[in-house]
Write a protein that binds this ligand. Structure first.
Ligand SMILES: Nc1nc2c(ncn2[C@@H]2O[C@H](COP(=O)(O)OP(=O)(O)O)[C@@H](O)[C@H]2O)c(=O)[nH]1
Ligand SMILES: [Mg+2]
Length: 456
């Protein structure tokens, strides 16, 4: 579906830079582009760069490089022109204004990518992934979204889809021609195709745990009693002295939050006030916030101090985290231990994972990273080659498709008639198609693309 209006926007980031890029897309892109940039020809060859003068109201305001991409061989699938000019904030805006005054309209957020999707240049999961490449804050986020943007997930979905379609084709024969019973070989073929689809859908569903841990991140809090070394560990993980560290109890009061990558998992990590009974008004609020973080976090890094004998607070904290996903960090492993062996054992029994660490010597990092990676099953995926789902929308489609395929398998095994098997498989197909938006509603499409920045 080609939209009529020709749109334009600055595609590079706002701010002073060496160069900036203005993109124009739509049926009048070439005409408008050539009104703004004066080059040596009126018929530029597609994908060739032309140096020229950039004009506003007939006056030269800059010079730069002009490139024309002829439909459908462009990012959006429409005629596209790109103008590279000097990257001044004011000058770039002036070039854009000239483009707009020559007939283009301002592009909305993500409108170029949305047009690419609507023109069939990109599947929805690839388009979404392009947004995630731009938003990536960690190396793993970049690698995951880059693989999805290249279409690794889309082609896996396509393979599963083809398998289900082939079963349907096979099974429909007997519905249309009831006398033509499926022979043993035909049944075997359907059976193995169903097994394949089930197995691949299940793998996709399982990839969500790792996919979400990388892309969305895990809400994590460091908790423990005062002076256990929480802020020191927070700084060590961040590789930066962000939180204040002192030997005075009650130093940390506010909750401090940052995003970082640990063992490949994105942690949205909070440092909190030490948990203890206190009369200090400000510290009391900090302790309250720490306690509420225990409730609202998905993962707790619970710090114990090996250099001091355990106290009632340690017992209380251990009690507060039971039933929670927690890693016990036994900190200050560089010091002679004063904690009792019994309590150390009690910690290891109560918390599924325990790691020894010294924030002072910065040792124990790898062990902690390994545990986090294990909890979120990163070892089960190969980020560059596996199809991985990473958002709730994809999870919902895969789960529903899996459920329907399971029903189809059960019906098939129990010898139900083919029309029943086909009904389940048609449903599975409909759910699967939502991932790459065959038939996704306009509302969903708009919601996805509005997250993009203008110019993308
Ligand atoms: N020896 C040793 N001291 C540490 C270690 N981690 C933290 N400390 C010290 O313990 C004190 C409290 O640290 P801090 O990070 O502020 O603890 P918090 O109150 O839990 O945030 C500071 O004097 C730190 O230097 C460690 O691994 N070994
Ligand atoms: Mg602190």
């Amino acid at each position: 579906m080609i939209e009529n209006k020709t749109i334009a926007a600055i595609s590079t980031a706002r701010g002073k830079g060496g160069v900036a890029l203005i993109r124009i897309s739509g049926p009048e892109a070439l005409e408008i582009g050539l009104r703004v940039v004066s080059i040596s020809t009126k018929e530029p060859k597609p994908r060739m760069c032309y140096y020229g003068s950039i004009l506003r109201d007939g006056e030269i305001i800059d010079d730069g490089v002009f490139t024309y991409f002829k439909a459908p061989s462009s990012f959006t699938g429409e005629d596209v022109c790109e103008i590279c000019c000097h990257g001044g904030i004011y000058s770039t805006q002036a070039v854009l204004e000239s483009v707009l005054s020559c007939g283009a309209v301002m592009a909305g957020a993500g409108e170029f990518t949305k047009r690419a999707f609507l023109n069939g240049k990109l599947t929805l999961s690839r388009a979404e992934a392009i947004g995630n490449v731009i938003d990536a804050k960690t190396d793993m986020q970049l690698r995951l979204s880059s693989s999805q943007a290249r279409g690794v997930l889309s082609s896996k979905v396509e393979t599963i889809r083809e398998k289900i379609v082939s079963i349907l084709a096979h099974a429909y024969v007997t519905i249309d021609y009831p006398d033509e019973d499926i022979d043993e070989a035909g049944r075997d073929e359907i059976g193995s195709a169903l097994t394949f689809a089930l197995c691949e859908l299940d793998k996709l569903r399982q990839s969500y745990r790792a996919g979400r841990a990388i892309s969305e991140g895990i809400k994590t809090a460091i908790i423990g009693k005062p002076n256990a070394g929480k802020s020191s560990i927070y700084n060590m993980l961040l590789g930066d002295e962000v939180a204040i560290v002192t030997d005075i109890e009650g130093t940390t009061r506010d909750v401090i939050e940052s995003t970082l990558s640990l063992g490949g998992v994105t942690l949205n990590l909070a440092d909190t006030a030490g948990i203890r009974a206190t009369e200090d008004t400000v510290e009391k609020i900090g302790v309250q916030r720490a306690l509420s973080k225990i409730e609202s976090s998905e993962l707790l890094l619970c710090v114990f101090d090996l250099s001091r004998k355990e106290t009632d607070e340690d017992y209380e904290i251990l009690e507060a985290i039971k039933d929670k996903c927690a890693i016990a960090i036994l900190n200050k492993s560089d010091t002679p231990p004063a904690i009792s062996k019994e309590f150390e054992e009690k910690i290891k029994k109560a918390v599924p994972y325990a790691v020894y660490l010294s924030a002072k010597d910065k040792s124990g990092y790898e062990g902690l990273a390994r545990v986090v990676s294990e909890i979120y099953e990163l070892g089960k995926i190969d980020i560059s080659s596996d199809a991985i789902i990473s958002n709730a929308r994809q999870l919902s489609s895969v789960s529903l498709a899996l459920e329907e395929t399971r029903e189809a398998m059960t019906a098939f095994t129990l010898g139900a008639t083919n029309d029943i098997v086909c009904t389940y498989l048609e449903n599975a197909l409909a759910h699967l198609d939502m991932i790459d938006a065959r038939g996704v509603s306009e509302e969903v499409v708009n919601a996805i693309f509005s997250r993009f920045c203008v110019g993308k």
